[in-house]
Design a protein around this ligand. Structure first.
Ligand code: HEC
Length: 316
């Protein structure tokens, strides 16, 4: 976001919203005053101004909220609503409701403004027909307009309440944040496949490297946890909690010997779900066509790029 004005607009969203909110709370009071015999016309005009400024202010608040949501990546750069993929995304769900309630308020607000304006116009028409005919003027803005104004306050009340939670948090959002934090901390392999790197501590399933057509014709050697080696040798599925690592080696062109290739990892998680990982920390320049140009690769479930591993391994 280059423009400092937009930056300011976005960051101050929690402050801006109070302008239309304050006006819309004052609006029903001004409207009520128009039902009294004293200065009904003046109170109608006051109500019209309050309602119109509240509508304009809400547009500013909505634009600033949208920019803010996009800046902090709760909303996609070209989107208008957050995308809710799982029920764990408490913040996104709340933001959706927050936006919907704000939008309903704006629609009600525009309608309410229109009703007040129409009531003022009726006064003028009535006065033109009969200058002494005061009934239309004395009637106030009308009960429907007042009811719509109260609904307007209600929907913005809901939107404001949710907005407050989004900014300051409540039990549910704080718990969701704590859970996400704990999950991140518990994920010790987010940066490095630590268990795969320690493959030499496992049981070797083959005596020496063999060529594997399925894995880019590399020399491979398989290592399995003690808990899974018997099942592996019997050609059975790995039991829950067991994993296998395939270390790989490649011929050095024109020289005797090998250089290390990528590590392949396959696990049956303790809940029975399959998990795979692929780690290639240094991709030689000549092989970067295999990795889409990347010079280092660490992929793991549920990344869609490891779907090919899953598909083939399911068949075995
Ligand atoms: C075309 C099928 C195919 C694909 C694709 C494939 N594999 Fe394999 N994989 C095999 C077969 C077959 C074996 C058995 C050993 C061998 O013949 O190399 C194996 C062996 C393994 C092993 C050794 C443990 C075991 O179960 O035998 C691991 C770990 C592994 N693959 C991980 C992966 C990962 C990670 C990927 C994706 C990056 C992948 N594989 C892609 C077919 C495949």
């Amino acid at each position: 976001m280059a423009s400092p004005l937009l930056e300011f607009l976005a960051r101050e969203h929690p402050a801006f919203v109070h302008v239309p909110l304050g006006l819309v709370i004052a609006l029903p009071l001004a409207m009520l005053m128009s039902f009294r015999p004293r200065h009904p016309h003046a109170w109608k005009i006051t109500s019209l101004y309050i309602a119109a400024i509240a509508c304009l202010g809400s547009l500013l608040a909505m634009v600033s909220g949208l920019i803010w949501g996009r800046q902090i990546s709760l909303i996609a750069p070209d989107g208008f609503m957050p995308h809710v993929a799982t029920s764990k995304q408490v913040l996104q769900r709340m933001l959706q409701l927050h936006e919907l309630a704000a939008l309903v308020g704006v629609v009600l607000g525009a309608f309410c403004t229109f009703l007040i304006w129409r009531s003022l116009r009726e006064d003028r028409v009535a006065a033109d027909v009969d200058p002494h005919h005061r009934r239309a003027i004395d009637r106030g803005v009308g009960i429907p307009a007042l009811a719509v104004a109260l609904l307007w306050v209600g929907s913005w009340g809901i939107s404001g309440k949710l907005g407050g939670i989004l900014v300051f948090g409540n039990e549910e959002t704080n718990r969701a944040a704590a859970e996400a934090d704990a999950a991140k901390r518990a994920d010790t392999e987010a940066e490095l496949p630590i268990r795969a790197l320690d493959y030499a501590s496992l049981e070797p399933a083959t005596e020496a490297p063999v060529r594997s057509v399925q894995h880019s014709n590399r020399w491979v050697r398989v290592w399995v946890t003690a808990s899974g080696i018997d099942a592996y040798k019997a050609g059975k599925q790995l039991p829950p909690g067991a994993y296998a690592v395939m270390s790989t080696y490649e011929d050095v062109k024109g020289k005797p010997g090998f250089e290390p290739g990528p590590l392949y990892f396959r696990e049956t998680k303790s809940d029975g779900t399959p998990y795979v990982a692929f780690y290639w920390p240094r991709v030689p320049e000549a092989k970067r066509s295999e990795t889409g140009g990347e010079d280092a690769v660490y992929l793991r479930s549920p990344d869609p790029k490891v779907q090919a591993c899953m598909d083939c391994h399911k068949k075995q």
